[in-house]
Design a protein around this ligand. Structure first.
Ligand code: SAM
Length: 253
């Protein structure tokens, strides 16, 4: 099943997105811990130009700027609600949309896609268009860095039935996850928000878990050559069931 863009954006702009947007610190706490390692792995230097594809609320680039990054930073995302929050920092260029071939022409030292945003690319066409856009966007010696969950680790099996509470406007909101369907590489799950102004509000999303062998094929087709694959955030090797596929690549052209 392919969700329309409207449905997919609703996932991020709806109830669950709203609590994230109003709890940026919690968002930081949950996911930011991973990002310095990607930044470290990608060896970002302070003056480099960086494009963050699927930047969401812009946590990565805002943090980079706060940490003293001096170079040009561009964040791209099709989600209006996310981007509205990102735009609070005018020192970064925020662009609405998805990446495609020729969108940028050799302007960046590094193009990233973090927070598993890559898994939002559910069709072969979107994956290829994004990877080609990345290749076009980097300088001849530039790098691409992104991560996607390794299907071999079957992360979704541990998601089903999990829940957590978040503080929201003086009360508590419970978020719980249910896996609705596993169909080939596509995992459809529901995020159910209960509490505050939401009563069992259901947002359904689908993520693609792309096997490494297919990723290799898409990268080659897009003109990108893998420099390193890591299987976890401690730079462990990529194995059949390592949790992540962390990919650092360069242009072959
Ligand atoms: C899990 S969030 C990650 C956001 C951010 N990178 C982070 O780490 O906080 C996934 C993001 O991917 C974006 N997205 C969805 N489809 C996309 C596409 N075709 N191209 C780029 N980004 C997309 C969503 O709008 C959302 O902001």
């Amino acid at each position: 099943m392919e969700l329309s863009n409207v449905e997919q954006h609703a996932l991020w702009n709806g109830a669950a997105g709203a609590h994230r947007l109003s709890n940026p610190d919690q968002d930081d706490a949950e996911v930011f811990a991973l990002r310095p390692r990607l930044r470290e792995a990608a060896a970002i230097a302070p003056g480099e130009t960086v494009l963050d594809v699927g930047c969401g609320t812009g946590t990565l680039l805002k943090r980079a700027r706060r940490d003293g990054h001096r170079g040009r930073l561009v964040g791209l995302d099709p989600g209006a609600g996310m981007l509205a929050v990102a735009r609070e920092d005018p020192s970064v260029e925020w662009v609405s949309g998805a990446l495609g071939p020729g969108a940028y022409d050799g302007e960046f030292d590094l193009v990233t896609m973090t927070g598993h945003a890559f898994q939002e690319l559910r069709t072969d066409e979107k994956i290829l268009a994004t990877l080609r856009g990345m290749r076009d966007a980097i300088r001849p010696e530039g790098r691409v860095a992104f991560e996607t969950r390794n299907p071999g680790a079957k992360a979704w099996e541990s998601w089903d039935g999990t829940s957590f509470d978040v503080a929201y406007q003086g009360g508590t909101v419970t978020i719980r996850y249910e896996v609705r369907k596993v169909e080939g590489e596509l995992v459809t799950f529901a995020e159910i928000t209960d509490g505050g102004r939401w009563h069992d509000q259901v947002e359904v999303g689908t993520l693609r878990f792309l096997p490494r062998i297919e990723l290799d094929r898409f990268l080659a087709e897009a003109g990108l050559q893998v420099e390193t694959f890591y299987g976890d955030w401690d730079r462990g090797p990529l194995t059949e069931d390592s949790p992540e596929i962390i990919c650092l690549a360069r242009s072959t052209i």
